[in-house]
Ligand binder design. Structure first.
Ligand SMILES: *Cc1c(COP(=O)(O)O)cnc(C)c1O
Length: 419
């Protein structure tokens, strides 16, 4: 089921009130749902010593959300300087932060090392000499190449720009040791929105085999393996959710047999974004226009600047019209934004109840890679974000962008040089 049922039950009866106070469009997130999913994940993996989720900040980079993650005991998965700064702003220090950049710039290494540092996850063997102060703890991102066929979104690892190749991986740790590394981690990220849990179990198998192999070659032990993110959520009503229980049971068994065989086991880290917050967010819009040409269109007051996934990947986001829930889905609409791009459509040929101007139209499952992916093309600005708190209050956690924000990067004293 898209969008948690309990979120829907708490949100929809209050939606008119929230919308009339704050104005649409907005994304709204469910604190209770995020906390519950976080606790469920921790409980599922409680059989693995030192299990930790590093929330993928890029999925929902909002300080209030990162505070929730901190309260849950999560670390932070960052891949840019602003993400590092945000994670530190909510208290992340040292091993609380994993920095997984790619095509890394010198100033990013500096930012990673600043303020107590973080776990540095290097994307390539060529970066080893470029790290200014080589940390004691080092991790590499592994790209299995043709050893794994990618999942649908990520595609084939062989074609992916990320990570260290199989043939270079032992050498990468050898060179890191030569630069003084003493603590080791191994990371990969080979799935995206994967609901087949066995694929993720296979990733754990792959990493544990690799840890054995590298450990043997170099006589080292690994402190952790990070199986990446990419746990899927059901976007369509007919989609089945990821079987977290079976996944955790099978992965826990793998770690237990590793321990029996090797006399120790690394800790397991994970860096989910979508799975933690995706179903606990919704984009609330108002229908402002309808037109009837070759197709029927409903124009809402948000556009792809608020939610890129449908335009970018043809992704499905379920749509509800809360005040028409009891009516049959007798109409077929394209639900569109106002951008001058024909792919600015939240839904294409979707069966929906008859929608009138003024109706609230809700896109489900926008809690991850929703607002975060927004952009300003065509002068269409990003909307506000709200949080439905566990005490039943609603809080503005990011204001909407303004024209002043949009122009801020152009309004300054001219900086000219003569050439
Ligand atoms: C995007 C990303 C994630 C999170 O992906 P989800 O699909 O949201 O779980 C984790 N790790 C890395 C390196 C990423 O780039």
């Amino acid at each position: 089921m898209p969008m948690s049922e309990s979120f829907q039950q708490r949100l929809f009866p209050n939606l008119e009130k929230i919308a009339s106070h704050y104005g649409t469009p907005f994304h709204i997130y469910d604190e209770a749902g995020i906390r519950e999913t976080g606790e469920t994940l921790k409980k599922a993996f409680s059989g693995i010593d030192g299990f930790r989720e590093y929330f993928a900040v890029k999925a929902l980079p909002n300080l209030r959300i990162l505070e929730l993650c901190r309260d849950l005991g999560f670390g932070f998965d960052c891949s840019s300087i602003p993400e590092l700064i945000m994670s530190r702003q909510v208290g992340g220090r040292g091993d609380d932060i994993m920095f997984t950049s790619n095509n890394t710039a010198p100033e990013e290494f500096e930012a990673a090392a600043a303020e107590g540092g973080c776990i540095l996850n290097l994307d390539d063997i060529s970066l080893i000499p470029k790290v200014p102060k080589f940390p004691e703890m080092i991790c590499f991102r592994y790209n299995p190449g043709p050893r794994r066929t990618g999942n649908v979104i990520i595609g084939h690892p062989e074609e992916a720009k990320y990570g260290v190749s199989h043939d270079q991986i032992v050498d990468a740790y050898r060179q890191a040791m030569a630069r003084g590394a003493k603590r080791f981690g191994l990371h990969t990220m080979v799935a995206s929105n994967e609901r087949d849990y066995t694929y993720i179990v296979q990733t754990a198998v792959m990493l544990l085999e690799l840890v054995e192999m590298i450990g043997r070659e170099l006589d080292i032990r690994f402190e952790f393996v990070n199986i990446g993110g990419g746990l899927g959520i059901p976007y369509r009503p007919e989609d089945k959710g990821l079987d977290l229980t079976s996944m955790a049971r099978e992965i826990t068994a793998l770690f237990n047999s590793f321990k029996a065989k090797n006399g120790y086991a690394p800790k397991m880290y994970m860096e989910s974004g979508r799975f933690i917050t995706g179903p606990h967010g919704a984009l609330v819009t108002t229908a402002i226009n309808h037109k009837d040409i070759y197709r029927k269109y409903i124009g809402v007051d948000a556009c792809m600047s608020s939610l890129m996934r449908p335009a970018l990947y043809g992704a499905y986001h379920h749509i509800s019209v809360p005040n028409k829930e009891n009516l049959p889905k007798s109409e077929v609409y394209d639900v569109v934004g106002s951008l001058c791009e024909n792919n600015d459509k939240f839904a294409v040929q979707r069966e929906l109840p008859p929608i009138a101007e003024g109706d609230l139209v809700v896109m489900h499952d926008t809690g991850a890679h929703g607002h975060a992916m927004g952009f300003q093309y065509n002068g269409r600005l990003r909307p506000k974000e709200l949080m439905l708190r566990t005490d039943g209050s609603v809080e503005l956690i990011r204001r909407a962008e303004t024209v002043e924000d949009y122009l801020a990067t152009q309004n300054f004293q001219a900086d000219k040089i003569k050439i």
